[in-house]
Write a protein that binds this ligand. Structure first.
Ligand code: RNT
Ligand code: ZN
Length: 428
């Protein structure tokens, strides 16, 4: 299927596309440059189905679930780093890597473990060394699931001892993320998501939220340098086993973020199944310092299917471009599909996100706004329709070519040989 790589036809197609976009005032070279420079943070947990290195056989509970049994998941840090580096070679543009607390490698060998409330930057030294060597900045997440003390609740738990354990964990995570930021010279995002909720209608919705608020107050009372750490809070409407109530809902974290001037994380799969997040961006941006977007795809009850070049992804990227807000909005992937090759899952999701970023920068927004301002709504609508059939594919291929990654479907063969040589032989 290797068709395009370095072919003359690709350059010719790009030349024609460039002229076509120039007619609406768009410089495609510039769009490629800007779209490729926006970092996409890849989620480490797609590489091993959110198992982590604490010895868990399989992600259990916590409102999230990885389904499928495709062979070849990464069994340790070295395999995960190797798989991620290979995925990076298939994905064009700037990249970051997003870790969860369960991916620590405590010095002293695989048997050595530190409890989550005692984790330190040293437990992530292997990652920081790798990050520097590959010039891949890291992001971070405290892990409030897959733990005996997380069975009923975490930061909203009634028992102060258990709540305190999780507060200590959240503080440890912020310190680790800050160490990442120091190591990499740009802030690490530390995203806080907790699964606390209830399967059926609770009689008391308020008390857990008041406890969560108090816990957050303690967690964010620790002041760490803003040039090393950027804190975000992730809301959710429902999860598996928390269908009736989630303590950290959208309204809860939105209010908290506004009050404390923290950033909010919007995950595409965390709202009502037909509710989209694109319109929320301009509604929230005037009130918070920034947003983190989890690119994901909700499908019926699951919020974590592989992100695609979907209408929603495209709309989100367009909205951020129109608001000229890419300096305040971070892009991260959040899905976990264990039923397909995991490197391919990363590649599909990240290439789709990059494609949507590129398409956004190819929009002649000024023309749309001009039509709007002069009341020519028919022109605004017609131009939006016309843009859908502009020669976008040729510009996308050129972005991949310039970035030195496979064009079109050329990466399939590379995944095949990595699977046969490296992932396949792993005994699991
Ligand atoms: C869960 C949240 C959260 C997780 C990761 C593993 O619904 O989306 O972001 O997916 O922390
Ligand atoms: Zn998420």
């Amino acid at each position: 299927m290797k068709v395009y790589q370095h072919s003359e036809a690709l350059e010719q197609a790009y030349g024609l596309a460039k002229n076509r976009y120039a007619q609406v005032g768009i410089n495609t070279d510039e769009a490629i440059r800007v779209a490729a420079a926006i970092p996409i943070s890849l989620q480490c947990w797609q590489g091993d189905d959110v198992r982590g290195f604490e010895g868990a056989q399989r992600l259990s509970g916590g409102g999230i679930l990885a389904t499928g049994n495709y062979p070849g998941w990464a069994r340790n840090g070295d395999e995960l780093r190797s798989d991620a580096a290979f995925a990076f070679s298939l994905i064009p543009g700037a990249k970051r890597f997003n870790l969860h607390s369960i991916y620590g490698e405590t010095p002293g060998g695989p048997g050595k473990k530190r409890e989550r409330d005692a984790l330190e930057p040293a437990d992530f030294q292997t990652w920081m060394t790798w990050s520097q060597a590959n010039a891949i900045p890291l992001d971070f997440n405290p892990t409030f699931f897959a733990h005996p003390l997380a069975e009923a609740a975490t930061l909203s738990h009634e028992d102060p001892k258990i709540r305190r354990f999780w507060i200590r964990h959240a503080l440890a995570a912020r310190r680790i993320a800050s160490a990442f930021g120091e190591n990499q010279g740009v802030p690490a995002i530390n995203n806080l998501w907790i699964p606390d909720g209830s399967k059926d209608m609770p009689a008391d919705r308020l008390s857990p939220r008041l406890r969560l608020k108090d816990a957050l107050d303690e967690i964010f009372a620790l002041s760490l340098p803003a040039n090393t750490l950027s804190d975000t809070l992730e809301c959710k409407l429902f999860g598996i086993g928390s269908e009736a109530y989630v303590v950290g809902s959208h309204e809860f974290y939105l209010s908290y973020a506004v009050q404390k001037q923290l950033k909010l994380c919007l995950d595409m799969g965390h709202f009502h199944p037909t509710e989209k997040i694109a319109d929320k961006i301009s509604g929230i941006l005037p009130f918070v310092p920034g947003l983190l977007i989890h690119f994901s795809r909700g499908l019926r009850w699951d919020s974590d299917h592989v992100a695609l070049f979907s209408d929603e992804t495209r709309e989100v990227c367009r909205e951020v471009k129109r608001a000229e807000a890419f300096d305040r909005i971070a892009v991260a992937l959040d899905f976990f599909d264990a039923s397909i090759n995991r490197i391919a899952a990363w590649t599909i999701g990240a290439r789709s996100a990059r494609k949507a970023l590129l398409e956004a920068f190819l929009e002649p927004t000024a023309l749309l706004v001009a039509a709007e301002k002069t009341g020519k709504y028919h022109e605004r609508l017609a131009l939006m329709e016309a843009l859908k059939t502009f020669p976008f594919a040729a510009v996308w291929d050129k972005l991949c070519l310039d970035a030195g990654v496979p064009v079109g479907t050329d990466w399939f063969a590379l995944v095949d040989s990595y699977e046969q040589g490296i992932q396949g032989p792993r005994i699991q």
